[in-house]
Design a protein around this ligand. Structure first.
Ligand code: MLT
Length: 264
């Protein structure tokens, strides 16, 4: 499905009915990464999963795509769909940065947060320089250069051996991101503020999930997030890397289902 937001057209999936849950994908991916979750949770929830600007089937517009803009886009989608009750927001990695931006801007619209394979801090100077390099590389050589750099790290080492079909699926998803999308997201992530102070202000139930073998962000990031968010829950999933929801869908879904069951 597609809807027109302020200055671009956003693609999204909307299935099921019940309490709303919004899934925000990571970089450079799209809503297809939530397939196992969309399938599992649309049985008894209203599941909404957008493609962020410049990703998947959503139009690319010039960046930088600041995390606040991504949060505004998600909020705009909820408005367009007539969702007025608070939603559980589940974001992975860049989607987690956008989830924190969503909470910063629209705390009253959040019923709960699920922060997967993400972190609260801003980029280091080195990290920012790497984002500039990646953006320039995408412009010069295309998205394939970004895929070549990220694909070997985005899953747990063992997943490359045991799930070659998943590696291929992730490669295909990455290839659906436009150059403009890669550049916009990299430059937007580079600008993102430090959300660490926000963590102590989070007043909704929060679940923190991370892969034990994440090669992009270490599990210590999740531990720090969990420590800072009062009353949060933490699950570090074994045999999972950065895309833990795809690598360990059953464990991921069980943790999410238990968390959702406890929400009133
Ligand atoms: C992601 O998976 O969304 C990205 O790796 C996040 C990042 O580059 O910081």
């Amino acid at each position: 499905m597609k809807t027109r937001l302020t200055d671009f057209t956003m693609a999204y999936d909307e299935t099921g009915s019940g309490k709303p849950i919004l899934f925000i994908h990571g970089f450079p991916l799209n809503r297809k990464m939530w397939e196992p979750q969309i399938e599992a949770f649309s049985d008894n929830m209203h599941v909404i999963a957008p493609d962020l600007r410049g990703h998947g089937e959503t139009e690319a517009i010039p960046g930088p795509y600041e995390m606040e803009m991504l949060a505004d886009d998600c909020h705009g989608l909820l408005e367009a769909l007539g969702v007025t009750q608070p939603v559980v927001v589940c974001g992975l990695s860049m989607g987690g940065y956008a989830t924190l931006a969503f909470y910063r801007k629209y705390p009253e619209r959040a019923a709960g947060l699920i922060l997967a394979a993400t972190r609260a801090g801003a980029d280091s100077e080195e990290g920012k320089a790497n984002r500039e390099k990646a953006a320039a590389q995408a412009q010069e050589k295309g998205v394939s250069a970004i895929i070549d750099g990220m694909l070997p790290k985005i899953l747990a080492p063992g997943t490359y051996e045991t799930r070659p079909e998943l590696v291929e699926r992730v490669r295909e998803m990455m290839a659906e991101t436009s150059v403009e999308g890669v550049v916009g997201a990299q430059l937007g992530m580079k600008e993102r503020p430090d959300s660490t102070p926000l963590l102590t202000q989070i007043r909704v139930p929060t679940l923190v999930l991370h892969g034990a073998e994440d090669q992009i962000l270490p599990p210590s990031e999740a531990e720090a997030t969990h420590t800072a968010i009062q009353g949060s829950q933490l699950h570090i999933l074994p045999d999972a890397g950065h895309l833990l929801n795809l690598e360990q869908p059953e464990r991921f879904n069980r943790a999410v289902a238990d968390f959702l069951a406890a929400l009133v």
